[in-house]
Every structure is written in structure tokens, then in C-alpha cells.
Write a protein that binds this ligand. Structure first.
Ligand SMILES: Nc1ncnc2c1ncn2[C@@H]1O[C@H](COP(=O)(O)OP(=O)(O)OP(=O)(O)O)[C@@H](O)[C@H]1O
Ligand SMILES: [Mg+2]
Length: 346
């Protein structure tokens, strides 16, 4: 099947999220564009604060004031035959959005401890999701909840159904979150650092489970992580974010073997065992990410970039575009302007 024929579940076009605060405006997301296909895992990687979670909250309709999605389109294609639905065309608290969020569009949050209610039995929490998003009767919902708990590896599901979240270990709570996120067979799952802080064995089990369910339900998955080893093992495609934008996107093998953007190259060099870290040492990227209120003109990475072309990279933001047949990137090393600039300086 060609790329063109594959069912696109979610298409995000130039999304931007601002927070207007007393100290100024934080541009949390500055124009993010990507697609996720059915039965595909798109990994989103990038340093802390670059907008990975905020861009996902925008998709879920969960940006809270003073935050606001200030531009862009979020197109949800439920199935191949239905017309795409722009999630930003309806109020985030509207019945349409409520019927999609948590059902067809589901998210595992970065903070599982705060996402589960401490005062309701965990079975009840799964039941609530099933009540809103399915036509199952009470007995059907109980059966489905127990099936999901079993599926995520919680033994004695019928007994555990009646327990509270504090009666479970961290790893089990994470699995319960996954059970809630998956109980209504979502078309798209956003998993925001779903395995951070869990021990390696449980991490592997949870990743296997997401992979299984992706195939079984033909689900699209957005997987947000800092862990490039996890990306290497699990993702189909990778988008690299830097300061509110995607700077590079390619299939996994291409991204690891032929990284194009200087930030992606630096990120890969920072990982032990990467072929780019030829001396085997952990490299750090020089400089730091600008603060939330800093205004950086031009390409946001230029102050840290060894290829920075003064007079261009510090003045004009490069477009995010196809730089060869496999990779999209936002970097003046590949723009016509960048090539002219280089020639004129030579
Ligand atoms: N309530 C808020 N008010 C102001 N700025 C905010 C608010 N919430 C988030 N931001 C800003 O949005 C930006 C992106 O944050 P986000 O949580 O999406 O980063 P992230 O890439 O998910 O980081 P991490 O890897 O640490 O989870 C940050 O600069 C942050 O300061
Ligand atoms: Mg985050």
C-alpha cells in the first residue's frame, strides 16, 4: 500500500498554542504539522518544554485558559468513508467533542497518579468511560471492564474492579490508565510518556501491549517520549520537536540513519551507543533551550547550531518542508534561500 492510500486518522496543520500571562505571552506551540495513519506509531521526541504535551492537549480539546489554540486545523478522520472533522470547529466542551474525547480519541496522561480519581473504585472509572461512549448495558460494561483489566495484565480483575487506586502499585495504576484509555476502542491513542518512571520490565510489557492493541484495533498512536531507545524499538515514524515546532520528521530508520536537521543530529549524538557518538561518550548539546518568555528571531535552534548562517538563520524562520524523498525538515541548510546565502558568502 502506498503512503497515499493509507488511512490518515489525524492530521494536524500549523497548530499554535499561546498562554497570555502577566509576564507576557508564552508561545507554547508555534506551528506544528503532522499526520498519523491507522496502525502506525508516530513518536514525538524533544527536550523538556518544547511543546509535546501542549500540542496533544490541543488535539484533545484540553487547553485551559489562559491558554488558547490561536491557529491551525485538527482534522480527525474517523474512518476512510467519513469526511474529516475539524476538532477546532466545535467548542471543546460541546457534546460532539465530549463524544469523541475519551472514546474515539483517547490519551494516557504523563501524570497517572493525578489522572485517576482517588475517591472512586477503579471499576467505576472504567464504567464511566463505557457509559459515555458505548451502548453497553450494566452487565455488558462490567464484563468489558474486567476484560480490559485482564488484557492490561491485572490479575483477579473481578475482585480488583472494586478496589481504589491507592491499592495498586505505580505500574498497575499506569495499566489501569491504559485500560481506561483503550476500553472504547479508540481510533487514535495519545500516549504521553506512558512508561516514564516505571521499571524496565513493566515498561516493556506496556509497550508490547500498546503495539498489540495498535494492530488489533488498527489504531493510530502518538507516542511522546524522551527515550530514544524506546523510539528505536517501537516507532514507525518520528517527529522531532524543538521550541514549539517540529524540526524534522521521517520514518524511523531514515531518521536514525540519516538525520538531516542539526538539532536531530545533536540529539542522536547525545545518546550513548549512537553511531554518531563515535567515541562512545555521552555528549550534551551545547547551550540551553531559550526560556518561555525569550523571543528568538529566525530559527529557534540557531543560537546552539554549529551550522548557523548569520544574517539568515538568526533572521528568518525556515519553513517545514520536504528536503528529500524521505524527510521533512525546517532548516536553512535545505532552503533555496539558505543555498543562495551560502553561495553568496563563499
Ligand atoms: N499554564 C501554563 N502557563 C504558561 N505556560 C505554560 C503553561 N502550561 C505549559 N506552558 C508552557 O508550554 C510550553 C510547552 O510545555 P509542554 O508541557 O508541552 O512541554 P513538553 O515538551 O511536554 O515537556 P516535558 O518533556 O517536560 O513533558 C512550556 O514552555 C511551558 O512553559
Ligand atoms: Mg510533557
Amino acid at each position: 500500500m502506498t503512503e497515499k492510500d493509507r488511512h490518515v486518522v489525524l492530521e494536524i496543520k500549523d497548530i499554535a498554542v499561546d498562554y497570555k500571562t502577566d509576564h507576557g505571552t508564552v508561545h507554547a506551540v508555534r506551528g506544528v504539522t503532522y499526520k498519523v495513519h491507522a496502525d502506525e506509531m508516530l513518536a514525538i521526541v524533544g527536550e523538556s518544554g518544547c511543546g509535546k504535551s501542549q500540542s496533544s492537549y490541543a488535539t484533545m480539546g484540553l487547553i485551559q485558559a489562559p491558554g488558547e489554540v490561536v491557529r491551525g486545523e485538527i482534522l480527525f478522520h474517523e474512518d476512510e468513508s467519513s469526511a474529516p472533522f475539524n476538532l477546532l470547529s466545535v467548542d471543546k466542551n460541546s457534546p460532539e467533542m465530549r463524544s469523541i474525547r475519551g472514546g474515539k480519541l483517547s490519551m494516557i496522561f504523563q501524570e497517572p497518579m493525578t489522572a485517576l480519581s482517588p475517591v472512586h473504585k477503579i471499576g467505576k472509572q472504567i464504567d464511566e468511560a463505557l457509559k459515555i461512549h458505548t451502548d453497553l448495558d450494566k452487565a455488558g460494561r462490567f464484563k468489558r471492564a474486567c476484560e480490559m483489566l485482564t488484557l492490561v495484565g491485572i490479575p483477579d480483575a473481578e475482585k480488583r474492579y472494586h478496589q481504589y487506586s491507592f491499592e495498586f502499585s505505580g505500574g498497575m495504576r499506569q495499566r489501569i490508565m491504559i485500560a481506561i484509555a483503550l476500553c472504547c476502542n479508540p481510533k487514535l491513542l495519545i500516549a504521553d510518556e506512558p512508561t516514564t518512571g516505571l521499571d524496565v520490565t513493566i515498561q516493556a510489557q506496556i509497550l508490547d501491549l500498546i503495539q498489540d492493541l495498535k494492530k488489533k484495533f488498527n489504531m493510530g498512536v502518538i507516542f511522546i517520549t524522551h527515550d530514544l531507545a524506546v523510539v528505536a524499538q517501537n516507532a514507525d515514524r518520528v517527529a522531532v520537536m524543538y521550541l514549539g515546532r517540529i524540526v524534522e520528521e521521517a520514518d524511523k530508520v531514515t531518521l536514525f540513519d540519516e538525520p538531516q536537521h542539526p538539532y536531530t543530529q545533536a540529539l542522536l549524538r547525545s545518546v550513548i551507543g549512537s553511531p554518531l557518538a563515535s567515541d562512545g561518550k555521552l555528549k550534551t548539546i551545547e547551550g540551553s533551550v531559550p526560556g518561555p518568555y525569550d523571543v528568538v528571531e529566525g530559527c529557534a535552534f540557531h543560537p546552539r547550531c554549529e551550522h548557523c548562517m548569520h544574517g539568515l538563520c538568526d533572521k528568518k524562520m525556515p519553513d517545514f518542508e520536504q528536503v528529500n524523498d524521505k524527510t521533512k525538515a525546517a532548516c536553512h541548510l535545505f532552503t533555496e534561500e539558505g543555498k543562495h546565502h551560502k553561495e553568496s558568502q563563499a
